[in-house]
Design a protein around this ligand. Structure first.
Ligand code: H2U
Ligand code: ZN
Length: 341
């Protein structure tokens, strides 16, 4: 008889309208692939070479001030610019060569003046300050007339391409809705139109009732391994109350999010007893001036590690050219993260 924990199958991701192949029977297969050296993590509290440490010069010539708490600045190498011209290119009939000029504001958010800390090592009030900074930036940039969306994200660890170990993330405010946001908006809108409820609110209720994919939770937020997770230890953080974006969270909820961020990243670091790399993103409703009852604020943590600090999962072959695939089930991953503290 078919079982999700024993037999190969595909799972549907209703948020992106994509599928993932799950191969639970393969988890006993021996590993003979690449072994990477464990990342050394002995950093000073202040690094004179670090462009994010207080008082130091950045690559573009600006000086990072002597800040305490969080510090936000415009990216010296911004991928998008606020004052770029607007125009469109369409060549061919029908036009197969299309381009649209777009605008954006790219900023860097330092979580702490301390060079040697990461999210899990910040105190609850320090993490609350990070959440407040994210919310304030979302409100400020989202209010700009041409800004359609604000994406907050963090690349942690050299493996994920982070340029510097100083605790920091980025945010990009864009004149367009990024592709993944278009998809998540369309699926949530369609679900809301059909059911008159937010899809992710319904999803969270299902997961709370079943329990098997929950990682940690508090009064306001829940962290879980989604049923359709692609990365081995991928997680999603969801608010218990409906909120479409960070500025809507009240003080207690912001403390709740800070607490979940600490709990989750601490578990990640404990999993392989290493500084755990990931890409993290805060997904919020578009800032187009419309109400978005279909939208539920959420965070994605996408870590590349598979079975130790030295073995990472690459998206290659069938996964890159066909469809994502995973071996360890989301339920197994959630159980492992849940057991840690
Ligand atoms: P990561 O999140 O991948 O570590 O990138 C940090 C950003 O910091 C990166 O986008 C910017 C880079 O352009 N940066 C500056 O703005 N000023 C600097 O002096 C160096 C790096
Ligand atoms: Zn630093």
């Amino acid at each position: 008889m078919f079982s999700l924990s024993d037999h190969p199958h595909r799972r549907y991701n209703p948020l992106t309208d994509e599928w993932v192949v799950v191969s639970p029977h393969r988890t006993k297969r021996p590993w003979q692939g690449q072994i990477e050296a464990p990342p050394l993590d002995t950093r000073p509290a202040y690094d004179p070479q670090c462009y994010l440490c207080p008082g130091n010069a950045r690559a573009g010539g600006a000086i990072t001030p002597d800040y305490s708490g969080t510090f936000v600045f415009d990216n010296d190498y911004a991928a998008l610019l606020p004052d770029a011209p607007t125009s469109e290119v369409a060549v061919g009939d029908p036009p197969l060569l299309r381009a649209v000029a777009e605008r954006g504001i790219c900023r860097v958010v330092c979580y702490s003046p301390r060079h040697d800390l990461s999210m899990g090592q910040l105190t609850p009030p320090e993490l609350r300050a990070v959440v407040d900074t994210w919310a304030a930036q979302t409100a400020e940039l989202g209010a700009i007339e041409w800004v359609r969306h604000v994406l907050i994200f963090e690349n942690r660890g050299a493996m994920m391409g982070a340029s510097n170990p100083h605790p920091h993330g980025q945010l990009w405010a864009t004149s367009f809705l990024p592709g993944q946001m278009v998809r998540e908006s369309q699926t949530q809108l369609a679900y809301h139109a059909a059911n008159r409820r937010a899809m992710l609110g319904d999803y969270l209720r299902l997961e709370l009732a079943r329990g098997e994919r929950l990682v940690c939770a508090n009064e306001h937020f829940v962290a879980l391994v989604p049923f359709w997770a692609v990365w081995p230890f991928e997680t999603m953080v969801l608010p218990r109350r409906s909120a479409t974006a960070l500025p809507e969270l009240d003080g207690d909820e912001r403390d709740g999010l800070a607490d979940i961020l600490k709990q989750l990243t601490t578990r990640y670091d404990a999993l392989f007893e290493a500084s755990f790399p990931y890409s993290m993103g805060v997904h919020q409703a578009p800032t187009d001036g419309q109400a978005h009852p279909e939208w539920l604020l959420h965070l994605h943590f996408l870590p590349p590690l598979l079975r130790s600090a030295t073995v990472r999962k690459f998206m290659v072959g069938f996964e890159l050219l066909g469809e994502p695939q995973r071996d360890i089930t989301p339920e197994q991953a959630a159980a492992r993260l849940r057991e840690l503290s």
